[in-house]
Ligand binder design. Structure first.
Ligand SMILES: Nc1ncnc2c1ncn2[C@@H]1O[C@H](COP(=O)(O)OP(=O)(O)O)[C@@H](O)[C@H]1O
Ligand SMILES: [Mg+2]
Length: 253
């Protein structure tokens, strides 16, 4: 089994969806929606603000965020289904799939995952249905917007299954402006130092943080890789993306 998170920026990437559809094995897909949410909020006159890579979600923006993410999930499920991989678009509000609590009142309706209904995922997969998860969670007082990277990390961690973040860069870069500066293996200490000094910034922060959390929780391995055609099959060769590990072991000869 593999948990794959696809970034909102990869929305139109048909070859990637084909790869997912043809993947040999069980899949759980989690998707983001940043660009389309941003466009929809702007069209309705809302302003967007991020803090440490998380979208600040004032209560009056929550309905737009949920509508866009739900629609994106249904579209992705439809595309996978048409390519022969029958998929079901779910949000965390279905059957208590994702439960959350508010992360920080200054962020508005942003949540932190507290529980994942893994039986729902197993029930679907036992019928050869691929869950496609929109990152909206259920809470005691209404829906919460959870960063999709965190949802993917929580799902992979709970299931103890590997996790791949597919995004719009070649991996974690030592210099975000230089696509050639991919870091092949990134450990927890270096990740924290690079978040601290700002070389890991923006949307890469929740990705790296939730990758480390997923490993701590039980995911056997986590990769951050480019969402290109052929990425999925090439991942494990180490020629692509960044593998996140808790600690690096140095080999001495
Ligand atoms: N050190 C870094 N290496 C790679 N990307 C980085 C780094 N620091 C910041 N980023 C930014 O993080 C972005 C990926 O996060 P995000 O935009 O949230 O994508 P996604 O939709 O896949 O979640 C990259 O496009 C890049 O602009
Ligand atoms: Mg992101």
């Amino acid at each position: 089994m593999l948990v794959v998170k696809i970034g909102g920026s990869l929305e139109g990437a048909q070859p990637l969806v084909q790869d997912l559809a043809h993947h040999d094995g069980e899949l759980i897909v989690v998707h983001g929606g940043g660009p389309r949410i941003g466009a929809e909020l702007a069209a309705r006159g809302f302003e967007t603000r991020f803090e440490a890579g998380l979208r600040v979600t004032p209560p009056e923006q929550m309905a737009v965020v949920e509508q866009v993410l739900t629609l994106l999930g249904k579209e992705l499920a439809d595309r996978l289904s048409k390519l022969g991989r029958l998929a079901v678009g779910l949000s965390g509000r279905d059957a208590r799939l994702l439960r959350a609590e508010p992360l920080d009142e200054r962020l508005g309706r942003v949540g932190r995952i507290t529980a994942v209904n893994t039986s729902l995922l197993f029930a679907l997969m036992s019928r050869h249905l691929t869950p496609v998860i929109s990152p909206i969670a259920s809470s005691a007082d209404g829906p919460l917007n959870v960063n999709a990277d965190e949802v993917a990390g929580a799902v992979a961690g709970c299931l103890g299954e590997p996790l791949v973040y597919l995004t719009d860069v070649p991996g974690v870069l030592a210099d975000p402006a230089d696509p050639e500066s991919r870091i092949p293996v990134l450990d927890g200490a270096e990740a924290r130092a690079r978040i601290e000094d700002g070389t890991i910034a923006g949307g890469m922060v929740p990705k790296v943080r939730s990758a480390l959390a997923a490993l701590e929780f039980g995911a056997p391995w986590v990769m951050i890789a480019p969402g290109e055609a052929g990425s999925l099959p090439r991942l494990l060769s180490g020629k692509l993306g960044t593998r996140i590990v808790p600690e690096k072991i140095s080999r001495e000869v």
